[in-house]
Design a protein around this ligand. Structure first.
Ligand code: 0O2
Length: 209
C-alpha cells in the first residue's frame, strides 16, 4: 500500500468517525440531563496507522493491499468512550444501537464476559452511513466503551504485556489478573456511592450565586 493509497483509504473512515463522535456527544448531553450526572469522562479516537494496518493484515495472512484492508480490518477507525459507571456504558450503547440508520456489525460484551486475562470493555463495531457525491456507503467504526478503571487496566496491560514476548509473562499475567479483580471490587464500591455523587452535585450547584 503506497502512502497515497493509505490516505485515500482512511478519508471516509475518518469521516465516519466524525459522524459517530457528533452522535455520541449528542447522546452524552441527553443522558446528562436525564440522570443528573455526567456519563462520559472523555472520548478518544484514532485512525489506524499504515504500519499497524500492514502488521495486522500480515497476522491474518493477507497481503497489505487497500482491498484487504477494507475487507479484513474493522478497526481502521476507532473510538474509545470512557464512562464513569458500567450503567452509563449500557445506556450509551443502547441509545446508539437504537439509531435506525446505523448498523451493528459486531458486538462483544467483555464486561459481562471478561477475557481470561481480566480484560473488560464493551465493543461494538457500527456501520456509519457516509454520504458522498456517488451515494451512500457504510464504513465500520470500532467503539470501545470502558469505565476509567477498565481503561487504566487495559492501557497498562497493552503497554507492558499485550502481544509482547516476555520471560516473566506468566507471572506478570497472573499479577495483572489479580489487579483486574481488585479493580472490579473497587469499581463496584464506587457504584454503591454513585447516588451520593448527585447529592454532592446539587450542593455545589446551590452554592453558585
Ligand atoms: P491494538 O493494538 O489495540 O490495535 P479484530 O482482530 O480486532 O478484528 P478481535 O481480536 O476478535 O478482532 O477483537 P477484540 O478481541 O474485540 O479486540 C479488539 C481490540 O480490543 C484490540 O485491538 C485491543 O485494542 C482491545 N483488546 C482486546 N483484547 C485485549 C486485551 O486482552 N488487552 C488489551 N489491553 N486490549 C485488548 P488489537 O488490534 O488487538 O490491538
Amino acid at each position: 500500500m503506497t502512502n497515497e493509497e493509505y490516505y485515500t483509504l482512511i478519508q471516509p473512515y475518518a469521516d465516519a468517525s466524525e459522524v459517530l463522535l457528533a452522535r455520541l456527544n449528542v447522546l452524552k448531553h441527553n443522558l446528562y440531563s436525564e440522570s443528573l450526572g455526567q456519563p462520559v469522562h472523555n472520548i478518544q479516537h484514532r485512525i489506524k496507522e499504515k504500519e499497524s494496518m500492514e502488521e495486522k493484515l500480515a497476522g491474518k495472512g493477507k497481503e497489505p493491499t487497500v482491498m484487504n484492508a477494507k475487507d479484513y480490518l474493522q478497526d481502521i477507525a476507532g473510538v474509545r468512550v470512557i464512562c464513569y459507571f458500567v450503567e452509563d456504558i449500557y445506556n450509551l450503547a443502547d441509545a446508539l444501537k437504537r439509531q435506525a440508520d446505523l448498523i451493528v456489525i459486531r458486538e462483544c460484551d467483555y464486561i459481562s464476559n471478561p477475557k481470561a486475562n481480566g480484560y473488560r470493555s464493551y465493543h461494538i463495531i457500527v456501520g456509519i452511513p457516509v454520504y458522498c457525491l456517488d451515494g451512500m456507503e457504510y464504513f465500520p467504526v470500532e467503539v470501545q466503551f470502558r469505565t476509567m478503571s477498565m481503561d487504566f487496566w487495559a492501557s497498562m496491560e497493552h503497554r507492558i504485556l499485550y502481544k509482547m514476548e516476555r520471560d516473566d509473562r506468566e507471572k506478570l499475567a497472573a499479577e495483572l489478573k489479580e489487579y483486574a479483580e481488585n479493580l472490579v471490587r473497587i469499581e463496584s464500591r464506587f457504584e454503591q456511592y454513585s447516588d451520593g455523587h448527585s447529592v454532592w452535585k446539587e450542593t455545589v450547584t446551590n452554592d453558585i450565586p
